[in-house]
Ligand binder design. Sequence first.
Ligand code: DAH
Length: 369
Amino acid sequence: MENILNLKSEILAQITSAADLKTLDEVRVSAMGKKGKLTELMKNLGSLPLEEKIALGKSLNIIKNEIEQAIESQKNILEAKALDEKLKKETIDVTLPIRPETQGRIHPITKIYEEIEAIFGQMGFDVVNGPDIEDQFHNFNALNMPANHPARQMQDTFYINNDPTMPFDMDSAYVVRTHTSGIQIRTMEKQQPPIRIIATGRTYRSDYDATHTPMFHQVEGLVIDKNITMAHLKGCLYDFMKAFFELEDLPVRYRPSYFPFTEPSAELDIGCLKSKDELKIGAGTDWLEVLGCGMVHPNVLRAGGINPDEYQGFAFGMGVDRLAMLKYGIPDLRTFFESDVRWMKHYGFAPLDFSSMTGGLSDNGGLTR
Ligand code: DAH
């Protein structure tokens, strides 16, 4: 009997010190499993004299019940503890924002380029690029601006010495391109008509105020084929302007102008309302110049290796920064390039809000914002 009582307190101690459900089950098996200590004792009862058998059997039954209850209550404690731990691990802080706030922003210039590419892309234009550092042939000469041409002085050009070990030599100097028009020539050199491209990129001039920065952005357009007329130019750019400003009844006008690389040349104005502190596009009786264009000069076609008796074309060039300022009401161009995170937060665009003609140019219906 004493052994039995010792065994009981040993088992009970094991039960209460079992730290998890697995250990508790091991204790149960070692006490009451097929080969458990208590089970063995029960089995041995048969060999005892009757009276002892009855007395011991009774005690063993009581002990067995006690142990079963102890196991049950320890099991409850351990289960509650396990649940508690699980819940603690799965805690959700309901005061957190729904999802992490998007940090990055798309710069308005990138956004405008996306919009322009979406519109011209749908009209069937390819997007091409050219080098920022350009030779004078592509930047000037081939565009009908020979060395003595006065238009060369119109653009305050940054020159780069061809050979830094030698004194500056104007004739062989490179330039950082003053416009994207040189890509017209590079395209013609590579490809015979039909040509239908826009060229995007950075351009550089020595100029600095609220609407001019030494580095700025342009889009160039070039269409060459047989029988291309000024009517194609007008229709194409009119459609572009309406799509870009997202105004179906945007007033536009073509005003005669001069560029060495086009003949005839024009500038495109859009209708607007100018007041002291506001500019409203598409309303009022004022006009705002937004791009230069014209029919490609025969000399330019020749310089690009295209026969002007067989092919004609039109070209246009526009300032992307200016378009961004107009479309998104940004007053000072210099702020575009100051890398101020607060400015980007205010004027920038959500990274996934990309422009498309079907999903929306400047607004995709709030899909990502
Ligand atoms: N290259 C001109 C500029 O930077 C813009 C321009 C005007 C481009 C007329 C053209 C064009 O292709 O036809 O001021």
